[in-house]
Write a protein that binds this ligand. Structure first.
Ligand SMILES: C[S@@+](CC[C@H](N)C(=O)[O-])C[C@H]1O[C@@H](n2cnc3c(N)ncnc32)[C@H](O)[C@@H]1O
Length: 290
């Protein structure tokens, strides 16, 4: 499991972001959550654990997929995220959903407890390789399903990290990956070209090493649309990327935000919209049947 300081930093980042998380008007986690649930093949009546459930971008489509005869438990390190997800589940009248504050690195359930374990834009945050993915295989009954999404780290034609818009890549990448002095977060993707998500083959080898079978990983572009560069910057403050901004001085933050917004504004189409294709990876696998 990850170190205590790193986990505490993630707790801080997401607890702080929870109020505005996925509320900025930029469609991102919703479509990815719905696509992941569809890709996972989870069906009616299944018992599912959603690891790092956040405000429910995966939780609610999974609840719909399993129906009233199923069960979905959403766990998250951040009590603020869980607070919002639990309220939404109640407001939607979803009796099949429960939530709990729990560290997803050490899910406290018996082996074989679930038909499926799913994680939307969460598990990649703290996993460095097969050993940290093994607990999810252990939680599955024989033949049970695992599915997860992450920003794509597959090599692009330019060798850049495709998750960042190409026109601002040089401005933002150093802040995303380079550890700063005294930084507690043990970032699994410090080197974007050398981590377990760097190619489909690496993903397959890692999940196989964790004991999964029938592993598949695909990359699909999500088109992020914003009305201005400033809106994209604001969106990055509403999720895990807020760490980037948190670690800058007020002056540095303002200068970087202005330059990023200026460059993105130059991409505006005739319709006034800025469209940013953003590559997402979806992976699925099964626990062995015997
Ligand atoms: C980018 S958000 C994704 C949330 C949600 N699955 C979605 O698709 O919108 C990552 C989530 O993982 C949670 N998280 C981070 N580290 C965690 C850990 N060690 N255990 C459980 N949850 C964690 C964060 O609190 C946050 O809610």
């Amino acid at each position: 499991m990850g170190n205590v300081e790193s986990t505490a930093e993630m707790h801080r980042v997401f607890n702080t972001a929870a109020e505005v998380y996925d509320q900025s008007g930029v469609e991102f986690f919703g479509p990815i959550g719905r696509r992941l649930v569809e890709f996972s093949g989870i069906g009616t009546g299944a018992s599912v654990l959603d690891v790092g459930c956040g405000r429910g971008a995966v939780l609610f489509p999974v609840a719909e997929a399993v129906g009233e005869s199923g069960e979905v438990i959403g766990i998250d390190l951040s009590e603020e995220m869980v607070k919002y997800a639990a309220k939404d589940a109640r407001d939607r009248g979803l009796g099949q959903v429960t939530t709990a504050v729990m560290n997803g690195q050490e899910p406290d359930y018996p082996a074989g407890r679930f038909d499926a374990v799913i994680g939307g834009f969460s598990i990649f945050i703290w996993t460095h390789g097969a050993a940290e993915l093994k607990p999810y295989r252990t939680l599955l009954r024989p033949g049970g399903r695992f599915a997860a999404s992450a920003p794509s780290f597959f090599p692009t034609a330019t060798g850049k990290w495709g998750f960042l818009p190409e026109d601002v890549h040089d401005l933002l990448l150093p802040h995303m990956t380079q550890p700063k002095q005294g930084d507690a977060y043990d970032c699994p993707f410090t080197n974007i070209h050398n981590n377990w998500l760097v190619t489909p083959e690496a993903v397959e080898a890692t999940l196989t090493g964790a004991g999964f079978v029938d592993v598949e990983a695909v990359e699909e572009d999500l088109l992020i649309t914003v009305g201005s560069g400033a809106q994209w910057v604001e969106w990055t403050r509403s999720h895990g990327m807020r760490r980037l901004w948190d670690r800058l001085s007020e002056q540095e933050s303002k200068e970087l935000a202005d330059e990023v917004a200026r460059r993105l504004d130059a991409l505006r189409g005739a319709d006034g919209i800025i469209t940013l294709p953003t590559p997402i990876v979806y992976m699925r696998a099964r626990a062995p049947r015997d």
